[in-house]
Design a protein around this ligand. Sequence first.
Ligand code: NAP
Length: 525
Amino acid sequence: MKLANYVYGQWVEGSGEGAALFDPVSGEQLVSVSSDGIDLARAFSFARDSAGPALRVLGYEARAGLLGAIADVLAAKRSDYYEISLKNSGAGEGDAAFDVDGAIFTLKTYARAGRALGPARLLREGKAVPLAKTDAFQGQHFLAPLTGVAVFINAFNFPAWGLWEKAAPALLAGVPVVVKPATPTAWLTQRMVEDVVAAGILPPGAISIVCGSARDLLDHVQACDLVSFTGSAETAARIRNHPKVVANAVRVNVEADSLNSAILGPDAVPGSGEFDLAVKEIVREMTIKAGQKCTAIRRVLAPAAIAPALAEAVAAKLAGMKVGNPRSEGVRVGPLVSKAQQAAAEEGLALLRKDARVVFGGGEGFAPVDADPAASAFVQPTLLYCDKGLAAQYVHDVEVFGPVATVLPYADTPEAIALARRGGGSLVASAYSADAAFLGDLVPAIADLHGRVMVVDSAIGSQHTGHGNVMPTCLHGGPGRAGGGEELGGLRALAAYHRRYVVQGGPALLEALARDAADAALLGG
Ligand code: NAP
């Protein structure tokens, strides 16, 4: 079966054989995708000219209602999505929930939050500012929805959440969406779009999907469009430097890879609540979605006196986890999504091993449960230990996109800070400590290189939302290596889909223009 693309309000099959999608457990071919022959210029103009005005006329509150309706459709079809996740991503229930339920939760959050903006169609920012000696001439800032399209080029690891975490704020803002999912897992994204289109919730063209190669997608972007990319730094650089993106100064948001750290404080000694919380979280992060999360813990920084015990405790937990076919009883860790990802992870692991020794895993003698090692894409969960600190050559630079983490002992707080910063910009760091002095030094010293810092102590215990779990109400994104992008953060995300401008004129005009606008201060609330 070849999956169709949805463009200019029609389902259109791409020409040729297309690219095959596989089951990463059995190696069986599932479906194929092709974007060949699709008129992308027409897809963009249909979305811009037809869906854009139809969405914007509705106002924020009504569009929030659309998001709620989308969430309901997806929730009703949840079991279909779990089945596709299992087949195409090798995701067991827990892994599929992370993606599918995460998507539905995010949509519901925006549906709820968006209502606060009421029926307005634009946002007024701040009060009018005086520009003359009398009040005859003033300036008023506004935020108006972009009149173009939001183009999403997504990564393979979140086919569901990756679409809806971007589409929720875009559609709430009134901006039509064109999504190009990553080819290896495009099936789930395509099915969700198919279900939403079939439900007739959105104006035609408000959501389009192009499966397969991006082809000339970016040749059609214009000044009022936005490109939001999630994936590798190399592809991000290509997108940022695309001639049309550069010539039209198209807004680009990038979420790229990241060497996120977990940092134990000096008080997180074995036997403490903080130590136990760290161990649990490290194991969770290594094994959920087989470590295929951009936010996963890659580096574990621990005081030198604690690091060996920590590594031992994590290794002991990993040893108890079954890795293999998620259809098998008791299996906790699934495969990577493809043989290509398996090969990339093994290559990365070989580099990390030049810096570090294996505490657990490493792949030698490893056999997945109920799966053929030759056909499947498993990587054994592997914990490494590196005592080279800042001198390590690969541990701070190579992101192994799989169930792999490295413990790095540190001597003092300045060294912990330097190691965390050596990641060059990360999506998230988590700290396990109740030591106020340590946290008072650490958090501000790493914050400018991290989009999110999660601090956990035993008083918070199991109430925390997780190192790698992205909450729709909190910012997602990170500086530097992590791409420099910003997503989510509640209604803050709407800013990316609006353009700020100021109107200078007389007070009557400014008041008239601002009359039906919602207060932009609500975005930060
Ligand atoms: P990738 O190879 O860069 O691919 C990402 C997307 O870009 C795919 O849809 C891909 O399409 C498309 N693409 C490739 N070349 C393109 C081009 N020349 N023009 C336009 N689009 C192009 O990355 P990946 O391997 O799929 O994703 C894994 C990476 O994503 C990891 O490093 C991970 O850390 C990062 N990630 C980050 C976040 C975050 O939120 N920060 C979330 C998830 C993943 P095809 O699949 O058709 O090639």
